[in-house]
Design a protein around this ligand. Structure first.
Ligand code: KIV
Ligand code: ZN
Length: 499
């Protein structure tokens, strides 16, 4: 049975998705979760793209010890230099360099002749190999390249020392049958390919990212590049959890396995959605809210008689433990902590203390506390949240015949600050009052969303705000059974993070 390597690019290609940029602490949190998941390779970023990317890769190299850390570079010396510099502290580092090989990319984007592309691949892969023994070469837009030329490009990369050759479907254009044909063609026509790992990197523009990746595996690919929750440029990349659970659930069909600890999937997925401020889709395969919900009576009947009538994988297999306990105001700290552990949250003692305090406050307002409530409370505890300014109290006055106003009192160190403002609705008025007190750099509120964590009138409301400051984005979160309070807390949280 072959072991397929999982190369996770959530922190690089995933981050390229619109409004999915992450800060260093968030990237480190995700890198650690990926390591717990036991991904083989973590693509930590694109070192030359920004100082922030460069430093995040450096930091990830410091904390990640088991997975290989990879840094992306165009096929130019200054990118490869930066990639290498960013990886200096890595226990196992890989430089990933790429150059396009399709006629359209070579002519219009690169403005290079095919011969020039080949000589650049040769020079730049050698250049990278002078730095590190592990070098991956990607032929960007491989699936729209001419087969013969792609074969020459990969052969050149292998002769120059590449240890992994990647076949990206950069624009999500391929079909599974074409993928199989391409991998087989390359196996038969590229000298030395049997000595290196063949990788695939499939985008999801036509919804075939996972199907194409699995087809490539069947044809002989040994590495799949993917992202948590399928995040990535445009329609995203092949979803890690779907590739992994596809291979696992149909193990005898694919005759392949991975090194992934599938019980970490649920937790990692929620962490990524949480940190990016994205709601969990209801119908996402494997990790969607309804992925294990059986609503139709006929299905429920079948599942009760024999789970396998309608369930091909268990929630437990991805680390989603069924809860037989109900939490409420009489629940103890130990039970809450244990449940959080079962849900995959390992929090420090201080974080549990703080969470438990908020659990009790919530239990006063809400009779039954569900797993989703606990996760919402824990989601904010994963990262050390700065709280330079804290909400002390607020009053809003609003209605359809009055101008909305808000009085907000904040605590800052030992001082209490208070301001009043009017606005277009209570949230706007509150935000204007907060802006008078928190000395954040000029910013705009780019997005505001509110979701209920569970059903019912007493549901927790989660507000997520996206605040833009120059080319930086920060996310702020607030959680309360009162949506105005959740809105205020989200804005204060975002501004604290901006500071
Ligand atoms: O989609 C793509 O071609 C890429 C390469 C850099 C591998 O992301
Ligand atoms: Zn990509």
């Amino acid at each position: 049975m072959r072991t397929i390597k999982i190369f996770d690019t959530t922190l690089r290609d995933g981050e390229q998705a619109p409004s999915c940029s992450m800060h260093m602490n968030e990237k480190i949190e995700i890198a650690l979760a990926l390591e717990r998941l036991r991904v083989d390779v973590i693509e930590a970023g694109f070192a030359i793209a920004s100082q922030g990317d460069f430093e995040s890769i450096q930091k990830i190299c410091e904390v990640v010890k088991d997975s290989t850390v990879c840094s992306l570079a165009r096929a130019v010396p200054k990118d490869i230099d930066a990639a290498y510099e960013s990886l200096r502290g890595a226990k196992n580092g890989r430089i990933h360099t790429f150059l396009a090989t399709s006629p359209i990319h070579m002519q219009y984007k690169l403005k290079m002749t095919p011969e020039k592309v080949l000589s650049t691949i040769d020079e730049m892969v050698r250049y990278a190999r002078n730095y590190l023994p592990e070098v991956e070469f990607s032929a960007e837009d491989a699936m729209r390249s001419e087969k013969e030329f792609l074969a020459r490009a990969l052969e050149t990369a292998i002769a120059a020392g590449a240890t992994v050759v990647n076949v990206p479907d950069t624009v999500g254009y391929a079909t599974p049958a074409e993928m199989i044909e391409m991998i087989k063609y390359l196996q038969n026509n590229v000298r030395g390919i049997e000595n290196v790992t063949i990788s695939v990197h499939c985008h999801n523009d036509l919804g075939l990212g996972v199907a194409n990746s699995l087809a490539a595996v069947m044809a002989g690919a040994g590495q799949v590049e993917c992202t948590v929750n399928g995040l990535g440029e445009r329609a995203g990349n092949a979803a890690m959890e779907e590739v992994v659970m596809g291979l696992r659930t149909r193990r005898s069909y694919y005759d392949c396995e991975t090194n992934i600890d599938a019980t970490q999937i649920y937790r990692t997925s929620r962490l990524v959605y949480n940190l990016l401020g994205l709601p969990t889709p209801i119908n996402k395969a494997i990790v969607g809210t309804n992925a294990f919900a059986h609503e139709a009576g006929i299905h429920q009947h079948g599942v009760l008689a024999n789970r396998e009538t309608y369930e091909i994988l268990t929630p437990q297999s991805i680390g989603l433990m069924k809860n037989s306990m109900v939490f409420g105001k009489h629940s103890g700290r130990h039970a809450v902590e244990q449940r959080l552990n079962e849900l995959g949250y390992k929090l420090s003692k201080n974080a549990v203390d703080d969470l438990f305090k908020r659990f009790k406050q919530l239990a006063d307002k809400k009779k039954v506390i569900t797993d989703q409530d606990l996760e919402a409370l824990a989601g904010r505890k994963i990262l050390k949240e700065p709280d330079f300014f804290k909400l002390d109290r607020f009053t809003v006055n609003c209605g359809n015949h009055v101008t909305s106003s808000a009085v907000i009192r904040l605590q800052h160190n030992d001082k209490l600050l208070e301001e009043v403002a009017i606005g277009d609705g209570p949230v706007d008025a509150a935000y204007k009052a907060i802006d008078k007190m928190i000395p954040a750099p000029p910013h705009i509120l780019e997005d505001y969303s509110i979701n209920s964590v569970t059903e019912g009138n007493d549901a927790l409301g989660e507000v997520i705000v996206k605040i833009k400051c120059g080319d930086k984005n920060v996310i702020g979160r607030g959680l309360s059974t009162d949506v105005i309070e959740a809105s205020i807390m989200a804005y204060i949280n975002g501004l604290n993070r901006l500071l």
